[in-house]
Design a protein around this ligand. Structure first.
Ligand SMILES: [Mg+2]
Length: 250
């Protein structure tokens, strides 16, 4: 196996998680401000589950704010919101999602990134987002640790499009076989990275059941069997529950 020189991280739900503004009660407050009727915070989890496939609707993976706004609008409707202000409300939520102060860093991020940098590894960020990753890195005091970042909004394509991974690799001048992608989305982070020859580590922070798109991941296990047709891809994808486990795997 090639020596690892670079580790790339997804951002949302890998390094940071949203505060209450982007959960059931926060969405209810947005709806109230926009006069959208009764929005039930208790329906939030089910709404998220029913909306997840909307983010994969675009075949070419081009970055399109309308896709994210449709996703948010769907969440609001599933929570019971209705009215002419739905789009304006969804657009406001989309804009606020870019603001770092609504988010918190997971506790394992700084110790893990520092440990990886102390080993001489280069670190990068690859995120499907309209958030400025430079602002993100300085807000959370990661700017001394992270050497390159690519946001899909600036780049033009979302993960799993190969060009976003190749651009990030180019920025660090590291070939794919010497790079690892760590993220919480099997489809966006792991499949995308593997398709360009990087290795992937799937972060599964909660004990949530594996999704239907994660065929081959063994519940309770730590490996993903080799995918048919990916003769160049490494045979296994480790699954970790904390970022600190990544240190042992590099
Ligand atoms: Mg994520």
């Amino acid at each position: 196996m090639s020596r690892t020189r670079a580790v790339f991280f997804d951002v949302d739900f890998t390094l940071i998680h949203p505060g209450p503004m982007f959960q059931g009660e926060g969405y209810r407050d947005f709806c109230a401000r926009h006069g959208l009727g009764t929005c039930n915070p208790g329906a939030f989890e089910a709404a998220v589950a029913s909306a997840s496939s909307l983010l994969d609707e675009s075949d070419d993976h081009a970055y399109d704010p309308a896709l994210f706004i449709r996703y948010i609008r769907h969440l609001l409707e599933k929570m019971g919101a209705s009215g002419p202000g739905l789009d304006a409300c969804a657009e406001e939520i989309y804009r606020e999602w870019a603001a770092c102060h609504h988010f918190s860093l997971y506790d394992d991020v700084l110790p893990t990134l520092r440990a990886l940098r102390a080993r001489g590894l280069l670190l990068g960020l690859i995120s499907n987002t309209h958030r400025s990753l430079e602002t993100f890195a300085s807000h959370f005091e990661l700017d001394q640790l992270v050497s390159a970042s690519v946001s899909s909004c600036e780049h033009g394509y979302n993960k799993p499009h190969p060009s976003i991974f190749r651009t990030a690799l180019r920025l660090l001048a590291v070939p794919p076989e010497e790079a690892v992608m760590v993220g919480d989305s099997y489809r966006h982070d792991i499949e995308g990275a593997r398709a360009v020859g990087m290795r992937g580590i799937l972060l599964r922070r909660s004990a949530a059941p594996l999704g239907p798109g994660e065929l081959g991941v063994r519940p309770g296990g730590d490996t993903l069997p080799h995918q048919p047709g990916q003769s160049e891809a490494p045979p296994y994808v480790p699954v970790v529950t904390t970022l600190q486990e990544v240190i042992e795997l590099i």
